[in-house]
Design a protein around this ligand. Sequence first.
Ligand code: HEM
Length: 480
Amino acid sequence: AKLWKNTAKKKKLPPGPKGFPIFGSLHLLGKLPHHDMHKLAQKYGPIVHMRLGLVPTVIVSSAEAAELFLKTHDLVFATRPPHEAAKYITWEQKNVTFSPYGAYWRDMRKMCSLELLSNAKISSFKAMRKEEIGLLIDFIQKAARERVVVDLSSMIMSVNWDMSCRMVFGKKYSDEEFDERGFKAVIEETLYLTATPNLADYIPFIAPLDLQGLTKRMKHVGKVFDDFFDKIIEEHIRSKDEHGKTKDFVDVMLSFMGSAESEYRIERPNIKALMLDMLVASMDTSATMVEWAMSELIKHPRVLKKVQKELQTVVGMERMVEESDLEMLQYLDMVVKETFRLHPAAPLLLPRAAMEDCTVNGFHIPKKSRIVVNVWAIGRDPNAWTDPEKFVPERFAENSIDLKGRDFELIPFGSGRRGCPGLQLGLILVKLVLAQLVHCFDWELPNGMLPTEMDMTEVFGLTTPRAKHLLATPTYRLRK
Ligand code: HEM
């Protein structure tokens, strides 16, 4: 009896809701799953077990617990779960983001970090970023002269889209060249499809029924990208020998095509999968962060003025911000951290999965469990932060908390083996656009709306942007 007791004790699952047969606790997750999971953590603790359909799922909601999963036991949780959307949209999960842990993922990730996201490669696009952000500022300056309201959300999305296109494909593409619905609509559909809880992921045997009609939509989106990327690859192969131009990501990847340097031959589908990864990962995350940072700054005029004052001192009023100014902008850095704390672009990171049974903090985590780290909840944890609901960038003046994956109170880019390889680039994109927008302009809400009346509702997706576009009226403030 004692022996039995011991094994029973060893297999103790983390606490959590019981759930129904087959469906488990799927009904507990609504339109904003990170909020619902936060409530579960408040009830059951920082490590919650719940069954979503047939899949055991572990929700991690404190800095200490996150460190156990992403650092202490990182290797056990370094894979991604199977994912219906990724199957149809990312060429059978051939991308880095969703590919299972193993030699293929390691090779592809190495290529990303060494060839595409290295400091040298990031620098090679500096002039391009300056040009695109210059166009954005010109456009807003015109609106300022005419005293018209600007749809900041759309503007931010567009400039990020253009910069990502030029970095990945080497040029901008217009909507019509892509699909009759246009880029943004298809990207939005993609993000929706990859993030929406799909019953087929949780109850695999019903997948063929396509109850939510998602498979049909995923196949369609997959085809749109496939055709578009084929066209781009063809264009690159034709213009291969053009000298003097900065090599874009497709050029770099094509130079690896067919090579047997790595264990896997890189062929077209692999390149296409990475093209999509790079495009979506760089565009949407950064845009979402700038959108939230601008929202918080307009909501908190005191903070906005302080950022502008710093810019005035470091940059002066005679010129625009340069990338080389960024490292001197300490208060801006705090504002960005505070925005990441309250509005992490990916509130649940990307799901991990357990490669084997593991014991974490005395709890049994069964093999194949899905691990969801709720960074949105960690950013609001009163054990880690004083007045967590308040937007106070100054809190970072008193500590050395960084967002690079070492301080588990703040891990918007994840951490460990599967942590974001685009962190450097992501931070540059966010800071540069943000700094420029507040250095060049003052911002006022339309129709005399008060900052306190701003609607800060979010919509859940692979990234979690504002539900309503941010609208504001600019006034130009530089002397040039
Ligand atoms: C503000 C900008 C960004 C944010 C907030 C962000 C956030 C994240 C997060 C949360 C993950 C999952 C980490 C984990 O599972 O621990 C991730 C993974 C990833 N990110 Fe980013 N990211 C950003 C920018 C970028 C950029 C610019 C790129 C490249 C162009 C990029 C490429 C990737 C890739 C390839 C992965 C998958 C890594 C893997 O599974 O091995 N990200 N990112």
